[in-house]
Design a protein around this ligand. Structure first.
Ligand code: PLP
Length: 475
């Protein structure tokens, strides 16, 4: 396109005021705030201007391109996009069950019902119905928690990072906390044990080496400045080979000998022994408590399968002190989280119920034959869509995620898609841009859809979405 032609096309772009005055625009002006409409018009016209400046063929810019009738659908879409929530539901086809970037654990039906009921109206959040006076927001889940964890004391805060912060600050501010160099971990989102320690006003006393720490390393570091012995679940990594670590039981023994409390940050924290379901053995919360640990902390939305929360259980005297710390008030759990957490914990009263109704546990324990059937169902639906594509059902590996069982891959079934036209990268990106975004991954020159993390009712949506994305990348 010559400069002259370009200039002529640019001059055809309507003015913002002209569009605002057009009668076809009046519906939009009634539906959206004036500023949103003006901003939307500017963006659509900007895109048109950019297109004229970069596209070579003048034939593409006929008079028709600049009419209100042509621009109206673009404007409508732009306005809808501007007021649509940015936080939206996505379909997780990655096979990573506790996917921190995708919101970790989906809630159970029971938890969702509870959240809705509590959110809709008033509640006895901090009201004692029996006495008719002020009550404690912590009381609701506390009894359940003590029963499930078999602990004397329990407390919930906003998240596990907060739980660790509040516990260390309460027990060890101004004093030393002894922790193995092999456990000074960083968890996703830049949660680093040494940084949390600094913010808790405690002094970290590192002992041992990255790969080997012995009981006598801890013992040699104990002085009158010591306030706490800390053990941290290394979550998302594992030191293998020439290694040695001190067990929780040994640490508890050492704590008793020197009258020092012992804390265990379990990270994922599970109330069920998942080894019964063929998964690797993870220490359970009950085991940590029974070992005599004074304070145990874990997340609500990792293996537990509930809402984001930090759970603290252990000796009553210490838990009561953590409760009274103003930091705990700043990290307090909100009523919607409490509602979801209570409903999730209720399911744990029966192990069978928990496995059936908590999505995270269900996805962890789906029988392999069921996964294969689901993959075949998705393959069939994709073939019905008649998109020009090779669709194969393959064996793959899912990840637990959330720092739990870092070395364990779960055998799964997936659908592998190879588009006839367009690149895999373009297909993967197009899936993310759908109204119901689908998050998938590319491996071995194919797009992989792991059915383990795709909910039953999402399977047809995935089939339609993939077909739609394939069409988009083929042009
Ligand atoms: C995940 C994790 C945390 C942080 O928990 P959040 O609930 O994400 O705040 C702390 N410690 C360990 C060991 C973890 O795995």
């Amino acid at each position: 396109m010559s400069d002259k032609e370009r200039g002529a096309s640019l001059r055809k772009i309507p003015k913002v005021d002209e569009l605002l005055a057009a009668k076809e625009m009046q519906d939009l002006l009634r539906s959206y705030p004036h500023e949103v409409v003006v901003e939307g018009i500017r963006r659509v016209l900007d895109r048109l201007r950019q297109e004229i400046l970069t596209v070579a063929k003048p034939a593409e810019f006929s008079e028709e391109r600049f009419t209100v009738a042509t621009l109206l659908p673009l404007l409508t879409q732009e306005m809808a996009g501007q007021v649509a929530p940015r936080l939206k539901q996505v379909i997780n086809a990655t096979g990573v069950i506790i996917h921190t970037n995708l919101g970790r654990s989906p809630l159970s039906e029971r938890a969702l019902q509870e959240v809705m009921a509590i959110a809709r109206g008033y509640s006895n959040l901090e009201y004692d119905l029996a006495q008719g006076e002020r009550g404690s927001r912590y009381a609701h889940v506390e009894a359940l928690l003590l029963r499930l964890a078999r602990a004397e004391g329990g407390l919930v805060v906003n998240n596990n990072a907060g739980a660790v912060l509040a516990a260390i600050n309460t027990i060890a501010a101004g004093k030393e906390v002894i922790c193995s160099r092999g456990e000074l971990v960083e968890i996703g989102g830049a949660f680093r044990i040494p940084d949390v320690m600094a913010k808790s006003n405690a002094v970290l006393k590192e002992v041992g080496t990255t790969n080997r720490t012995r009981l006598k390393d801890y013992e040699a570091a104990i002085s009158d400045k010591t306030a706490l012995l800390l053990k941290v679940h290394t979550s998302n990594f594992k030191v293998v080979g020439f290694t040695e670590e001190v067990s929780l039981a040994e640490l508890v023994g050492l704590g008793k000998k020197h009258a020092l409390p012992v804390m265990d940050d379990l990270g994922s924290g599970c109330l069920l022994d998942l080894s019964a379901y063929g998964l690797a053995k993870e220490p359970t919360v009950q085991e940590a408590v029974q070992t005599g640990t004074d304070v145990v902390t874990f997340s609500g939305d990792k293996l537990l399968g509930g809402p984001q929360a930090g759970v603290i259980v252990g000796k009553k005297e210490l838990i009561d002190r953590i409760k009274a710390n103003p930091i705990t008030r700043a990290l307090r759990i909100d009523k919607l989280t409490l509602a979801a957490l209570e409903a999730t914990l209720i399911a744990y009263l029966s192990e069978g119920e928990a496995i059936k109704e908590i999505p995270t546990l269900r996805m962890l324990t789906i029988p392999i034959a069921t996964l294969r059937k689901q993959a075949e169902r998705l393959q069939h639906l994709l073939q019905q869509e008649k998109a020009a594509v090779a669709v194969e059902v393959i064996q793959e590996t899912s990840q637990v995620g959330g720092g739990a069982l870092p070395l364990q891959g779960l055998p799964t079934w997936a659908v592998a898609v190879k588009p006839a036209h367009g690149s895999l990268q373009a297909l993967e990106a197009a899936l993310r841009q759908l109204d119901s975004p689908i998050i998938a991954r590319i491996a071995n020159d194919r797009l992989i859809l792991d059915v383990r993390t795709i909910q039953d009712e999402e399977v047809p949506i995935v089939a339609r979405g993939v077909a739609q994305a394939l069409k988009k990348v083929a042009v």
